[in-house]
Design a protein around this ligand. Structure first.
Ligand SMILES: [Fe+2]
Ligand SMILES: [Fe+2]
Length: 290
């Protein structure tokens, strides 16, 4: 990655995701039982910490060193919020913590934090990823996130909002079908991801048998470009649906448990997904990746 890409990409990631992390802390806090004083306090501190990092990201100059340090500090803050999300998830799924956060929502915001951390590690350590691998990882990540959003919307709308609940469930199905297709393509083209999912790379044997690890070029078969377009189309669809949902919520013309902030949060994530997916599309369409 070029020097300017490092700066532009780091700032784009930080300016988006630090705000998102701050909002996660707020959402988790609002769903905690009011006697959980310690967890509520930690959530408050994390909300403030990430709001401060967002302000810092906004005024960080396009200077390599300043951006590198920002990435480092955000990674440290992410370690703390991932620990918190893991704690809340563990307590909930072992029935030691009540409240109104769905376990899948806690897992979802934890996955978003882990991926943000991976992106910053890739940037700061200049880790290059082959285009087919990057494309499928991004697509599968976002397909799962968009599918989760569809399910959250369906489950937080008032049950009387039948047609909207049905639309949201249908989006859930579409994203899940696409995600399974993505996983099929992933084990065909990027066996490394499938293998590492079974055993970490350093336990797979050295040297790896032929056909393991990353397949030799060409990685990016034409089907991948079509898949990227299908994922983008589906994401535009749910982005428009979320934009309508936000309008309905802001004008108080729908019955639901969804706040304006949550509706805007998932809409902004769909917009970020489109940016990421279009960047992947650009890489797939470069002549050297074919
Ligand atoms: Fe989020
Ligand atoms: Fe999300």
């Amino acid at each position: 990655m070029e020097k300017t890409d490092f700066i532009t990409e780091s700032l784009r990631e930080n300016r988006f995701w630090t705000q998102i992390m701050s909002e996660h802390a707020l959402f988790l806090r609002q769903g905690l039982p009011c006697e959980e004083k310690e967890a509520i306090n930690e959530a408050r501190q994390l909300e403030r910490l990430f709001a401060e990092l967002k302000a810092r990201a906004d005024w960080t100059p396009s200077d390599r060193e300043a951006v590198f340090l920002l990435n480092q500090d955000v990674i440290q803050a992410l370690d703390r919020i991932i620990k918190f999300k893991t704690y809340v998830l563990k307590m909930m799924i072992t029935c030691r913590l009540g409240g109104f956060n769905y376990p899948l929502l806690v897992d979802h915001v934890r996955r978003e934090a882990i991926r943000f951390r991976v992106n910053l590690l890739r940037l700061n350590n200049n880790i290059q990823t082959p285009v087919a691998e990057l494309a499928l990882e991004e697509e599968i990540f976002w397909l799962r996130i968009m599918g989760d959003h569809a399910r959250f919307i369906a489950h937080l709308l008032d049950p009387s909002e039948r047609p909207l609940v049905q639309r949201a469930m249908a989006f859930g199905e579409d994203f899940e079908t696409l995600r399974v297709q993505g996983e099929d393509l992933q084990s065909m083209l990027v066996p490394r991801d499938f293998e590492n999912h079974l055993l970490p790379a350093d336990l797979m044997g050295d040297p790896l048998p032929p056909g393991f690890g990353n397949l030799p070029k060409p990685f990016a078969i034409p089907r991948l470009r079509r898949f990227n377009e299908e994922v983008i189309d589906a994401t535009r669809g749910i982005r428009d649906f979320k934009a309508i949902a936000l309008e309905l919520i802001e004008s108080c013309t729908v019955l639901s448990l969804i706040s304006s902030l949550l509706a805007s949060h998932v809409l902004r994530e769909a917009q970020m997904a489109l940016e990421d997916l279009e960047m992947v599309g650009g890489e797939l369409n470069k002549p050297q990746s074919q």
